[in-house]
Design a protein around this ligand. Structure first.
Ligand code: MLC
Ligand code: AMP
Length: 509
């Protein structure tokens, strides 16, 4: 049998001759070298095995971005475990749901979170818990050097799962997106080719979080396939970005990265003299940002479109026009069509819902066969929930969302989840949550609340009870009180009308 383990494609024995080329360069720390990857992941694999992590077991992590966190991901692949990364902003209440759903064999959290997380009843059922800090501290790696490194790479079939990433749903509760070794390998290989990765030459500027598709798979897989050094920054910090840019050739970011860079006078074409490619995705890039960035630096940002369930789906071309406001063409091997509500294909140039098929499309939602079935049409087309137009040449523009979703600074927020929490607050009759334009985050969360008249309520009294229940980035940045919510004749809340009413809310602040 061919071993389809993604680890073999990404690392394997490819770096035996890499000598001392740095892989992850982290400010203030010794770089992690390519030549160390095999041994280090072998040691961590041995630690995972000593904690009874078997192939197919889930390893859930909620840890700071660090070279060690990447090594843990690769070691999980190596032993055939399923990697389940969580946003570090999630509260213990949110984490508790993920633990109950994924039932991990091992949960790894930040040292300072251990106390609060492990008072949760769900956490008590996890066979093993360990900690990992941003400097590689914590008990996961203690004494690791004395272990005999695992030398093998567990055999995996193409469809075996490599990772589960949680995405919220329109019904509120998050679903685990099951991604196979082949889903991830095929997408990585396509991107490496499509973006003309320059092996052993490119240097990647990486300031994204590593618990989502963008920072974890798109960025790191390209770097590993291309044996590229990576400036691995804990988060988006303008000073560190400005310091790193002169040494880098490729940057990947969400639109907020680009608008923040544009507001920094230190961003010049000279600073970018070694750069060859700026990539944007995860949220719509304003045409104005695209234009201003080109004027300032001479670079046309390459915008691509993707989602957790399918990795990258379309991309503007490397050579040829990178048109502002479009996300380019279906990637090689990926089929895209635009359909109406019945699944009938729309004529070119007309708006419909984007559907897709290909080796990148996920294996379904973890233990939710009905939810999975509902997202696929006959013939295996996955319904993206994004409204799009395809022109005569096959070029795609994303023009809105059929799904009720807010994208804020590249993070997805499902209104239903926030509304459900607000509706439990005494004095609230009902609420509607919408995304409204925000200069920094693209969209930000606004809550429109109807009181039940039983008590006085102000903005703080809505936000305060959400602390500890919802991650900060999901909490409303503005609250409005109204007598009633606008509804259509079917009784459905008119979110479009609310978005329109409050569209200037942040610009007037
Ligand atoms: C932070 N905050 C946010 C926020 N990020 N609020 C709304 N939306 C966000 N995205 C809040 C914090 O809770 C805090 O609130 C305040 O804003 C400042 O926080 P911060 O930590 O200083 O923010 P910062 O580090 O500047 O982070 C902003 C950011 C970050 C945009 C750089 O959110 C980010 O890196 N986003 C990228 C997300 C990403 O990788 N998405 C890819 C998904 S994959 P307070 O009240 O406490 O002050 C995907 C598929 C695909 O979508 O196609 O790629
Ligand atoms: P996620 O669920 O985090 O994977 O987010 C996926 C969603 O992000 C997609 O369904 C789109 O709505 C949105 N998205 C990703 N890239 C782009 C883009 N370039 N332009 C517009 N929306 C995007």
């Amino acid at each position: 049998m061919t071993n389809h383990n993604l680890y073999l494609r990404l690392v394997g024995d490819r770096f035996e001759k890499a000598s001392d080329q740095p892989f992850l360069i982290t400010p203030g720390r010794r770089p992690l070298l390519f030549s160390e990857l095999d041994r280090m992941t072998g040691l961590i694999a041995a630690r995972l095995q000593s904690l009874d992590v078997d192939p197919g077991d889930r390893v859930m992590v909620q840890v700071a971005k660090s070279p060690e966190s990447v090594l843990v991901y690769l070691a999980c692949l190596r032993v055939g475990a399923i990697y389940v990364p969580l946003n570090t902003a999630y509260t213990p209440a949110e984490v508790s749901y993920f633990i109950a759903d994924a039932k991990p064999q091992l949960f790894i959290c930040q040292p300072r979170e251990r106390e609060s997380l492990f008072t949760l009843p769900q956490a008590c059922d996890v066979p093993h818990t360990r900690t990992l800090g941003s400097e590689g501290d914590g008990d996961l790696l203690v004494g690791i050097e004395s272990l005999a490194p695992e030398v093998s790479v567990v055999e995996r079939e193409a469809d075996d799962l490599a990772a589960i990433l949680y995405t919220s749903g329109t019904t509120g509760r998050s679903k685990g997106t099951m991604l196979s070794h082949h889903n991830l390998a095929s997408n990585a290989e396509v991107l490496h080719g499509y973006w003309h990765w320059q092996d052993r030459y490119d240097v990647l500027l990486h300031a994204l979080p590593v618990f989502h598709v963008h920072g974890l798979f798109v960025a790191l897989h390209c770097a590993l396939l291309g044996q590229s050094s990576v400036h691995f920054l804990a988060q988006f910090n303008p000073d560190q970005i400005i310091d790193s840019l002169p040494d880098c050739t490729v940057m990947m970011g969400v639109p907020t990265f680009y608008t923040r860079l544009l507001s920094d006078s230190r961003l010049t074409d000279q600073l970018c003299s070694k750069m060859r490619l700026f990539i944007s995705g995860s949220a719509p890039l304003l045409a104005e940002t695209h234009r201003e960035f080109e004027q300032r630096t001479g670079f046309q940002i390459l915008e691509r479109y993707g989602m957790t369930e399918a990795g990258m789906i379309t991309s503007n071309p490397y050579h040829g026009d990178r048109l502002a406001g479009t996300v380019g063409f279906a990637l090689p091997g990926v089929s895209v069509r635009i359909v109406d509500n019945n699944g009938d294909e729309m004529p070119r140039g007309e708006t419909g819902v984007l559907e897709l098929k290909g080796p990148n499309v996920f294996k379904g939602y973890w233990q939710k066969p009905e939810k999975t079935a509902a997202e696929f049409r006959q013939g295996g087309w996955f319904i993206s929930g994004d409204n799009a137009i395809m022109d005569q040449t096959g070029r795609i523009s994303i023009v809105g969302r059929a799904k009720d979703l807010i994208i804020s600074g590249g993070y997805n927020i499902y209104p239903k989840e926030i509304e459900a929490e607000i509706d439990t607050i005494p004095g609230v009759a009902e609420s509607a949550v919408v995304g409204v334009p925000h200069q920094d985050f693209g969209e930000a969360v606004a809550a429109i609340v109807v009181k039940d008249g039983s008590r006085q309520l102000d903005e703080q009294e809505i936000i305060e009870p959400l602390q500890g229940r919802l991650a900060r980035f999901k909490q409303p940045k503005l609250v409005f009180f109204v007598d009633e919510l606008p509804r259509n004749t079917m009784g459905k809340v008119q979110k479009a009308q609310l978005r329109d009413t409050y569209k200037e809310s942040f610009s007037s602040k």
